[in-house]
Ligand binder design. Sequence first.
Ligand code: FNR
Length: 368
Amino acid sequence: MSTNVNLFSPVKLGSLELPNRIVMAPLTRNRAAAGNVPTEMNATYYTQRASAGLIISEATQVSPQGQGYPNTPGIHSQEQVAGWRLVTDAVHAHGGRIFLQLWHVGRISHPSLQPGGELPVAPSAIAPEGDASTLEGPKPYVTPRALETAEIPGIVEDYRKGAENALAAGFDGVEIHSANGYLLDQFLQNGTNKRTDEYGGSIENRARLLMEVTEAVVGVWGGERVGVRLSPSGTFNSMSDSNPGALFSYVAAALNRFNLAYLHLVDPRTDNHNTVENHTQGFPVGYFRPIFNGTLITAGGYDLELGNAVLASGDADLVAYGRLYIANPDLPERFAANAALNKPDRDTFYGGDEKGYIDYPSLELQTA
Ligand code: FNR
């Protein structure tokens, strides 16, 4: 089904009116202050990007146990709520809208980042390949501890509290991070979930935690202010499933009952966070159109032309941009003017100071 819609067509997202369909993708930048508290510098960064139809915040841990990288912000303490308030107030003052991405990393962590130096938790005791990012640099991932069935209500409660804190911090909604190999994705996929209780085995069982978390978060916000992110084609963080088509079709269909603001899908064209490899295999956003009854956001390797094309095809309703948003705070204005784009500097993606964070020039500055 082709449409006349393009990136500049206004759209309703749940109960929000967005002036365009350009979304700032969630982007971890590791620049929170001590206590994993957002700062004025973080507020400046998001405010520079307030002309996006919607900003989705960097992934934000719902509990100390949910942290997997240094200096990522949290949403579990009052100081963090106050820090995020700086961000939401500034974004709103500049006419923008911002959702918080709720995160628990599961096994993608390291004892040095965990409360009491404990093992990270996961559905099953299976270590990912590669190195964790720690305060002392890369260290091999450890084998995580499998969560006891009795601990799972506590995890759901952490998400619920995170959602409540996001409301108190002035966000416009929340996105549940169930993508890219973090805790909820670890439960979904059977390469990482070998459980024999009601959270493992069948697809329905593996999807149970995501459904319980979604129900809890929707209980706080209402479905129209909640999105869910999935990466059905991703292998990042050592992920695999024996039948991802069946799994993610089930999940997308099961989410229909919540009347969510949107489902956000990471496109197969990006194999992981940092490369675009034009994969033809996997599950592009259009695969989910007949399955999910609501708004679809797609992300991964889009530019102006590809973004307009996926909207015109009718496969997606909005397009999220990651790396282009790191380097181009005024991405909608640049797209509208068909202007040249700044190139993102990979060395300053994760951690550091203002450099590579709030010093990418706007078009206005460049042409002044
Ligand atoms: C990411 N990505 C990401 N995804 C997510 O769901 N939560 C996050 O916090 C992050 N963090 C993050 C940091 C950095 C530096 C990069 C480059 C990526 C993935 C991101 O949202 C997006 O899906 C990918 O970047 C692909 O889109 P682009 O960059 O090709 O437009």
